[in-house]
Structures are given as structure tokens and as C-alpha cells.
Design a protein around this ligand. Structure first.
Ligand code: 2P0
Length: 349
């Protein structure tokens, strides 16, 4: 029989992260090395998360994977990179460890089962949580510890940032082998408890242009992207880290909105152009600026990834009023009342 020993089965969850300084563009496609550093906020695992179970057994004939219940091709190069790198670390660990170390899993094949509790590919960073969770769970199964963001990065760039909670930067690194292209926590999840996050679901549809191919075309065709990576993002990384450290909401919010807007400008500067925002997104942007202008201070920020859904940052004290305004401009009939989703900052796997 194919019975799996309970000890050889581990389940973990990993959260989505939302970039406030965006990653867009690679200098190395195979190793997934970016053209600029990025910074994100890791969300609370209760709402947007991936759950992954990895089982190993002597009776398994081959490595296999199921995503949201459907079997997928295990030979996908990025999956293979993650499996290979985790097994490499496990062998290293076995060779250095004393006789007490249990390395039976190393001789076995794995079965991987992964489920998202949110719509895949709607611009809500499903690959980030997915690969972070895969790498973390495999590491547990094979008894590997320590720095794992470099392996998660090889599954999906943004996944390296989901290996840590709170505020996280992905340092682009300088080396050609990518060994210094890693995620690092800037501040822990407990640092800014008043910070609140809402998702405004403008559409749950699959995005027309995937991130991987979209950023490839941008690197090839957009001179704005080159300017952004070389001359804009380095300064913004410093300013954003400072704004987070000081809990300066206005500075954090303005940088977040400007960086989202520049990312979407590089998408428009790509040839042929890429449109991720829709009319609802544009109305959300106008609404936020009108709201901030009304109070004469920046109380709310938006950011958009490779899709039309808005992620809103604000402080706890402004939530009731802001939500009331959103409901006025976007009556609950839209999306059957599912327009607003409340989220919060939390720790990773
Ligand atoms: C980010 N995005 O920083 C940016 C903002 C989308 C817009 O990271 O090819 O799925 O797997 O490295 O990580 C989406 O890109 O792309 C992304 P790959 P990924 O969150």
C-alpha cells in the first residue's frame, strides 16, 4: 500500500506579501536575480495564504505535485530548482551531522499538495506565498534550517520576501551567482500595530499578461524601467526603510503610491504596453487622493501589483470613515458585497 507514515508528512502555511517598493525585471532569468531591490509588507496568514503538505515515503515512485487539487507537471524548472537546492542542503547537513541525524527522507520521493485560500493569478501574489510555503515545508521535511530565502527566490522572485514576517527587503545583490540576493527583515510584525491593510477587489479574473513574461518585455523595451532601477529605486529603498523605522505614515504612504504609479508607468512604457489597471482601479486612485486632499494630510495609500485590485494602507483610526466612503463610491452590489477585505500585518511561515 501507499500508506504514508505520519512522521513523514508535514503541513505549513505561508502568507502573501505586498510590495511597497516594487520588483519588476530580472538581470538573470534562471537564478531569478532582480534589476532592483524591493520592499514589502507580509500579510496576516488568516486571510491570504497558501497551505502546503509534503509527504515522503519509501513507496513513492517519483516526485509529484498537486496545486489546488489538480496534478501539475513536476518537471517545471523552478520547482526542480527548489527541490534540488533543498536536497543539496539536506545532503550537506547529513554529511556534517553526527550519527543521531535522521536522513531517511533524503532517499525518498516527495508528494506535494498545495492550496491557496484566494483566487490564483488575480494579482494577489499567489506565487509568492506558494513558493515560500513549498520551500519552507520541504526544508522541514528534510531537516534543513537557516537561510532559505535564496531558494524561495529561485521559485519566484517575490517569494523570498514571504519567508519573513513584518517589513521585509529583498536586497538585489551584486554577485553573479546570486548568493547575496536575499530577503532580510527590516522591522518585525509587532513594529507598527496601528497599520491596517484593506484589499479592494476590482476584479477576480486572471491577469492577461503574467508577471514573468511581462517583466521580460519591460526589460527589453522600457527605458523608463532602466532609469527607475538605476536612479530611482536605490534612493527610495533608503527613504522607505527610514519611513517604516520612524512609523512616519505620510512618508510611507507617499512613497508607496509613487512607486506603484511608476511601476504601472513602466508597464505603459513597455512595448507592446501592458495594462494591469482598469477603470475601477483608476476611480480608487482618484478617490484616495481626494480623501487625502480633503484632510490636508496623507491618511490613506494605494498600491497595485500585476492586476487591477487595490491594496490600501491606512491607520486604524481612519478605518471606519474610509470604509464608509468606499461603500458610498462602490455600493456593495459590486462583487456581491465582497469588495472590501480587511487584512493585517503578520509574521511569516
Ligand atoms: C512585487 N510583482 O514586487 C512585484 C510588483 C508584481 C508587481 O513580484 O518571475 O511573480 O516569479 O520572479 O515574483 C510579481 O513577480 O515573478 C511581482 P517571478 P513574480 O511584488
Amino acid at each position: 500500500g501507499d500508506s504514508v507514515d505520519k512522521e513523514n508528512m508535514i503541513t505549513c502555511t505561508a502568507p502573501v506579501n505586498i510590495a511597497v517598493i516594487k520588483y519588476w525585471g530580472k538581470r538573470n532569468e534562471d537564478l531569478i536575480l532582480p534589476i532592483n531591490s524591493s520592499l514589502s509588507v507580509t500579510l496576516h496568514q488568516d486571510q491570504l495564504k497558501t497551505t502546503t503538505t509534503v509527504a515522503t515515503s519509501r513507496s513513492f515512485q517519483e516526485d509529484r505535485i498537486w496545486l489546488n487539487g489538480k496534478e501539475e507537471d513536476i518537471s517545471h524548472p523552478r520547482l526542480q530548482s527548489c527541490l534540488r537546492e533543498i536536497r543539496r542542503l539536506a545532503r550537506k547537513r547529513r554529511n556534517n551531522a553526527g550519527p543521531g541525524f535522521d536522513a531517511t527522507a533524503l532517499s525518498h520521493k516527495v508528494h506535494i499538495c498545495s492550496i491557496n485560500n484566494f483566487p490564483t493569478a488575480a494579482g494577489l501574489a499567489s506565487s509568492a506565498a506558494g513558493f515560500a510555503c513549498l520551500v519552507y515545508t520541504l526544508a522541514r521535511v528534510f531537516g534543513v534550517e537557516g537561510e532559505l530565502s535564496g531558494i524561495a527566490r529561485q521559485g519566484s522572485g517575490s517569494a523570498c520576501r514571504s519567508m519573513y514576517g513584518g517589513f521585509v527587503q529583498w536586497i538585489m545583490g551584486q554577485q553573479e551567482d546570486g548568493k547575496d540576493s536575499l530577503a532580510q527583515q527590516v522591522e518585525p510584525e509587532s513594529h507598527w500595530p496601528e497599520l491596517r491593510i484593506l484589499v479592494l477587489v476590482a476584479s477576480a479574473e486572471r491577469k492577461p499578461v503574467g508577471s514573468t513574461s511581462g517583466m521580460q518585455t519591460s526589460v527589453q523595451t522600457s527605458s523608463l524601467l532602466k532609469h527607475r532601477a538605476e536612479s530611482v529605486v536605490p534612493g527610495r529603498m533608503v527613504e522607505m526603510t527610514e519611513a517604516v523605522r520612524r512609523k512616519d505614515f505620510a512618508a510611507f504612504a507617499e512613497l508607496t503610491m509613487k512607486d506603484s504609479n511608476q511601476f504601472h508607468a513602466t508597464c505603459l512604457d513597455t512595448y507592446p504596453p501592458i495594462f494591469y489597471l482598469n477603470n475601477v482601479s483608476h476611480r480608487i486612485i482618484s478617490m484616495v487622493h481626494r480623501y487625502n486632499r480633503h484632510y490636508g494630510e496623507t491618511r490613506v495609500a494605494y498600491t497595485f501589483d500585476a492586476g487591477p485590485n487595490a491594496v490600501i494602507f491606512t491607520l486604524q483610526q481612519h478605518i471606519p470613515e474610509f470604509v464608509q466612503m468606499v461603500q458610498y463610491f462602490f455600493p456593495p452590489e459590486i462583487n456581491g458585497g465582497q469588495f472590501i477585505k480587511g487584512l493585517s500585518v503578520d509574521q511569516a511561515p
